[in-house]
Structures are given as C-alpha cells and as structure tokens.
Design a protein around this ligand. Structure first.
Ligand SMILES: NC(=O)c1ccc[n+]([C@@H]2O[C@H](COP(=O)([O-])OP(=O)(O)OC[C@H]3O[C@@H](n4cnc5c(N)ncnc54)[C@H](OP(=O)(O)O)[C@@H]3O)[C@@H](O)[C@H]2O)c1
Length: 324
C-alpha cells in the first residue's frame, strides 16, 4: 500500500515542550477550540496556544470547574460540552457558529478511558466520547473551519491505535465487552477519522491530523490504569512518582502537548495532512507485532490505522450511528 507516513525531520526532539515548539510563532487573530482543554495534556495545549496569542475556547462538561482550572490564562473562554450528549454537542457548535468567527484550529483532545460501559443511547462510552462526539462536533463546525481559509483539525489519538480494530458489525460491544479493547478501537477511530477528513476537506484548506501525545502519567485518564499497572509498565517508581523518559515516550504534560500544537500550527506540515504524528514528526509505519513492556511503548502507526478504505467506511458508520 502507498502511504504518507514518512518522517520529515524536524528540529523538535521528543523532549520538546509545547512552548518550545511554538517559540517565535505568533497566533494572534487565530481562533482555536480545545475539547478537554482544562485538564491534563489539554490544559497544556490551551496554555501554550493562548500564550502564543490564539483565542481559545475550551469545551468542558463542567464549565465552572474548567473555568477554575483555567483561571489566569488570557484569551480563554469555556463552553459547555458533553461529548456523549448529542444535544450538548449541537448547542456548543451552534454557540460557536453564532459568533461568526472563523475556526483555525480544532483540537479534539478530550478522552475517556474505562468508566461506564454505555452512554444514554446504549453506545459504548469510549467510542462515543473519543470518536463519535468529536465526529459530530467537527461536522457541525465545518462552516467555521471553511471560513478560516486554512484550518487544522487535530485528533488526539494514542499508541493504542496499533492494537485497535473497528468492530464493523458490533462497534458498541453488544457482545464481549472489554474496556481496553474498546479504548483501542476508539483511538484507532481517531486516526481513521483524520485520514478521511483530510481526503474530503483538504481541497477546502482543512487538513486533518492524528497525534500520539506520549504517555503522560498523572492525568485522570492515565491514572485510571491504577498504580500497580503503571508500575508494571515502568511509568511510576516505587514511591509512585512518574518516570520521565521522553525518548521512549514517557513524558510530562508539557512534553505531551508538544506534538498536538506541532500538528495544529507547524509550517513544516504545509502540504501534508491525513497523517499520524508522534514526537513532533510524522510517525513511520510499523507493522511489527510489538508487546507493551516496561522498556518499550510501541506507538508508531500501523498500516491498518491509516487504511483509506477503513477510513471511508468509518465515516459512513459514524454518520449512521449519529442519525440513528
Ligand atoms: N495520558 C496519557 O498517557 C495518554 C496517552 C495517549 C493518549 N492520550 C489521550 O490524550 C487525551 C487527553 O488525555 P489526558 O491524559 O490529558 O486525560 P485527562 O486529564 O483525564 O483529560 C481528559 C479530558 O477529557 C474530558 N472528557 C471526558 N469525557 C468527556 C465528555 N463526555 N465530554 C467532554 N469532555 C470529556 C475530561 O473532562 P472532565 O475534567 O470533565 O473529566 C478531561 O478534560 C485523551 O484523548 C487521551 O486518550 C493520553
């Protein structure tokens, strides 16, 4: 299969922070939306984009809590957004479109791992949050993305895409639910969505990217694995402190935010889209079966994760699930 997953070589090593990637970049006049931009990796994305001059709207299901977390950051506002509630997604997007502002950067960053098995529709919660809610939001924001005349959509995925499969006949796990398998499906969906979005919308100057941020210990999502599992994976030490080793993908939140802002802004990606990035560069393709161990966190993109036919098929499936 021909593919686009060729590293371009960038000046930003895995240890780079979001601020380092944005040094010298002026985002004044640019509008961004960051879902989940009040916590964990997303908070650092918001902070860095705003510091570089962008106006950032954070989508959060608890706006008061989000506003508290964002206190002191200039050029930031919060809108209510619950990704598993289609009416909430619609209201958030309508609110944005009412402001008649172009949208230059959309970071689909919010994510669920574990948690309740199903949402109110009976949909598997991780697929509904991580993919379907973002799919609905992005579709609804299309007029504002078009109006930017040069927009980027960044889906925050994970190395888990490698281990994911789309269950075409049973995406909501009516049978055989396994939370980790469902998370991997949702993170694979983040990549396939970026691939198909780019194919459909690049002609409108809207480019799509998927990003593995690195493994960032201490976020609510990451902590859901539990200390014992984190220790086994070499992510925390005996005292429970994060082990930071960016070269193997173990990052601080600021390092985790770097590839996201790189995808959202870097001129080095001009003319490139529909790709999966890690460590501030386009990821190489890697189809070797690799196990997750304390010394190795496989996060390169697998060819099934960027397969154009699956990407198109997921788009159709997502439209159908949202229309149901
Ligand atoms: N940390 C890692 O090691 C790691 C590795 C690979 C990929 N990622 C990805 O990075 C992204 C950020 O994760 P994180 O580690 O920074 O975790 P986090 O701090 O737990 O952030 C997750 C965010 O998603 C929001 N969220 C969850 N369900 C939502 C819903 N229904 N509607 C709206 N927002 C919702 C959370 O809001 P609340 O504050 O309301 O809960 C929170 O702001 C996720 O997409 C994750 O899959 C993380």
């Amino acid at each position: 299969m021909t593919h686009k997953q060729h590293p371009i070589g960038t000046p930003f090593p895995p240890a780079s922070t979001a601020d380092e990637v944005l040094a010298g970049t002026d985002l004044t006049g640019r509008n961004a939306i960051v879902t989940g931009g009040h916590a964990g990796i997303g908070l650092e994305v918001t902070r860095a984009l705003a510091r570089a001059g962008a106006s950032v709207t954070v989508g959060a299901r608890d706006p008061d809590r989000a506003a508290d977390a964002l206190a002191g950051i200039e050029r930031v506002e919060v809108g209510r957004l619950d990704l598993v509630d289609p009416r909430s997604v619609e209201a958030f997007a309508t609110g944005w479109l009412d402001g008649a502002r172009p949208l230059h950067i959309l970071v689909n960053g919010a994510g669920a791992s574990g948690g309740p098995e199903r949402d109110a529709r009976g949909y598997e919660t991780q697929f509904a949050t991580n993919h379907l809610g973002h799919f609905q939001l992005t579709m609804a924001l299309l007029p504002a993305l078009r109006a930017a005349r040069g927009a980027r959509v960044v889906n925050v995925s994970s190395g888990a895409q490698r281990f994911g499969r789309i269950r075409w006949d049973d995406p909501n796990f009516t049978n055989g639910y396994d939370s980790r398998v469902a998370y991997a499906q949702s993170k694979l969906a983040n990549v396939l969505f970026a691939v198909e979005l780019d194919r459909r919308w690049a002609a409108d100057s809207i480019r799509g990217y998927a990003v593995h941020p690195g493994v960032v210990v201490g976020t609510k999502l990451n902590s859901s694995a539990g200390d014992e599992a984190l220790r086994r994976m070499g992510l925390i030490d005996e005292a429970g402190q994060p082990i930071i080793d960016p070269v193997v993908g173990k990052k601080t939140p600021r390092q985790g935010a770097s590839t996201i802002v790189f995808a959202a802004t870097s001129p080095l990606l001009a003319g490139i889209g529909g790709v999966y990035l890690k460590d501030n560069d386009v990821s190489p393709l890697d189809d070797e079966p690799r196990q997750l161990t304390a010394d190795c966190i496989p996060a390169e993109v697998a060819s099934h994760s960027v397969d154009p036919e699956s990407a198109e098929r997921l788009w159709t499936l997502s439209e159908r699930l949202l229309a149901a």
